[in-house]
Design a protein around this ligand. Structure first.
Ligand code: OXD
Length: 306
């Protein structure tokens, strides 16, 4: 059996695969073109052109938690099993959401500007306690955020597709409109899928409180950027904290950079050693399971998109 890993050599993966399995490490998938016809699994992203040249391929493991970029029409049509790294970055993304909410609530950019000018500027700021956060998507990061937000004495609303799943630390799983109407912070933690793309349109922003903030830490494209920009400029909402953007990298001339009520971070919320470590553990365990014919973790429902 041949398994191709796009990434650095790792003895733990060779050990997990065991005897009789060839684990080939490459920097780019193209470097393994001599085994496209034989490889049975790829750990890494597989472009459509390679998918079509790999008749024995049975499993692809994505290095990402969100698999929107892996789900080409060819991948959707293929019987290849896709797994994700979901769960690797849930904790830091929830931390990043708290960070952005705190920064917006306390007007931290104002302190940073004052510090740059060596100016002692004290002002009355908000506190998160007693405010409502609406979490759009109760996966790993959404549920961890719910827990953290409750620890900050916030009321937690959640919107999720699989309402039957347990939602600990969420005060109320509700519908989209109720979340928009009642939240002081709306935080997008959902993957980008056919049903979430463009969900935050003009109508959605119009339904939010004018004092509310929009935070996105999962994927751009779930908000319609033009609608978001207009909502921010027209005062339909108070501001935004954005780690995920419709276009990445955010172009230098994007208006989001300079809006005074927006905090931009460069899709950096989960770039931590912990994310890498958890991702490595998910890969190792799935590799072991694949070789032993066991059910894999983090199976992607390709039609649902996550
Ligand atoms: C992901 C990411 O893994 O956004 O999906 O980093």
């Amino acid at each position: 059996m041949i398994i191709v890993v796009v990434g650095k050599e790792r003895q733990d993966l060779v050990d997990a695969a065991g005897d009789g399995v060839e684990v080939r490490f490459v920097r780019q998938l193209d470097e393994a073109d001599d085994v496209f016809g034989e490889m049975e699994a790829v750990i890494g992203r597989v472009p459509p052109s390679v998918l079509l040249k790999a008749p024995r391929l049975r499993w692809v493991h994505s290095p990402s938690a969100g698999v929107d970029a892996d789900l080409s029409p060819e991948m959707l049509a293929s019987p290849v099993v896709l797994t994700s790294s979901a769960g690797n970055g849930g904790i830091p993304l929830a931390e990043h959401s708290m960070l952005l909410m705190l920064m917006l609530n306390r007007e931290v950019p104002r302190w940073m500007r004052a510090q740059a000018d060596h100016r002692w500027e004290r002002f009355t700021h908000g506190e998160l306690a007693g405010l409502t956060v609406g979490i759009y998507g109760l996966g790993n990061s959404g549920l961890d955020l719910a827990r953290k937000a409750q620890a900050f004495h916030m009321r937690v609303l959640g919107v999720r597709r699989r309402v039957e799943e347990p939602s600990p630390y969420v005060d109320l799983v509700c519908d989209f409109d109720q979340m928009l109407a009642e939240s002081d912070f709306v935080v997008v933690t959902a993957p980008r899928t056919p049903s979430t793309a463009g969900r935050f349109d003009r109508d959605a922003f119009a339904r939010m409180k004018s004092t509310a903030y929009f935070v996105c830490i999962s994927r751009g494209g779930i908000a319609d950027d033009d609608a978001l920009l207009d909502a921010l400029r027209d005062g339909q909402i108070a501001g935004a904290g954005l780690d995920a953007h419709g276009v990445e990298p955010l172009p230098p001339d994007s208006p989001f950079w300079s809006l005074p009520n927006v905090i931009v971070t460069p899709h950096n919320g989960a770039t931590s050693d912990g994310t890498a470590r958890r991702g490595a553990e998910i890969v190792r365990e799935n590799l072991r399971r694949f070789v032993n014919g066991e059910v894999l973790h983090n199976l992607v429902d390709k039609t649902a998109g996550y």
